[in-house]
Design a protein around this ligand. Structure first.
Ligand SMILES: [Zn+2]
Length: 225
């Protein structure tokens, strides 16, 4: 009785445990999961996410260290001429699935961080309006690559000193920021993204990117679904 109970549960856990325990490295729209425990009980079939995605593939797992004796048996048979026409899913497609899941995970993590107001949502000012806000309204605004930043809160925090930020108010600091005075870090750019307040008409953004291909695209806030 024990033997029957064990064999039946080990076999049919493919429909229970393998659809519940583990992770989904290839696709997560359905329930199949990859896990060593299920693979151990089911002789490899527990790499079930792979199996559902690529059902005609003779393998369950693709890494050499994953426990997949079914695949090993078939491959050994093929080696001795006892099996033939082994099917595998195109490697390129398998990798695409993996990469899409990694992307999804990255996007999930991105949505948990603040990326500032998207550039597309910012109001558009003329260069004169931008300068006027600084001169007559006392705004602590500076301009970089066509985007206006309010650095009021950051004046005393600027690692290079407050005087450089004072100098930058009401001016286009694109060249100075990108190496003219100091070639700022990516961290500086990330921090700036939270201070965006407007964009300037005919701003220098495109020119700056053309001249320096290393300038990262800073509008990298994840798209809302
Ligand atoms: Zn299944």
């Amino acid at each position: 009785m024990l033997r029957l109970v064990f064999v039946h549960h080990a076999t049919f856990c493919v429909n229970s445990l393998a659809h519940w325990l583990g992770d989904s490295p290839f696709d997560d729209r359905h329930t199949p999961r990859d896990h060593f425990i299920t693979a151990f009980l089911s002789l490899g079939e527990g790499y079930h996410n792979f199996h559902h995605q690529f059902p005609q593939d003779y393998r369950n797992a693709i890494r050499f260290y994953q426990y997949d004796p079914t695949k090993w048996l078939i491959a050994t048979c093929a080696f001795f001429g006892l099996a033939s026409h082994l099917k595998t899913f195109p490697e390129n497609e398998v990798r695409k699935g993996q990469l899409q899941m990694i992307e999804k995970c990255v996007m999930d993590k991105k949505t948990k961080l603040q990326w500032g107001t998207p550039i597309a949502d910012l109001p558009i000012l003329s260069f004169e309006e931008f300068q006027d806000q600084v001169k007559s309204q006392g705004k602590k605004w500076t301009l970089l690559e066509g985007v206006v930043y309010d650095v009021a809160e950051f004046m005393t925090e600027h690692p290079g000193g407050e005087k450089y930020l004072k100098m930058a108010l009401g001016k286009d600091m694109t060249a100075a920021f990108n190496g003219g005075m100091y070639d700022h870090s990516n961290a500086a750019r990330n921090l700036l993204s939270l201070m965006r307040v407007a964009v300037v008409e005919y701003g220098g953004e495109v020119e700056a990117m053309k001249k320096n291909p290393l300038v990262p695209v800073y509008n990298d806030r994840p798209k809302e679904e």
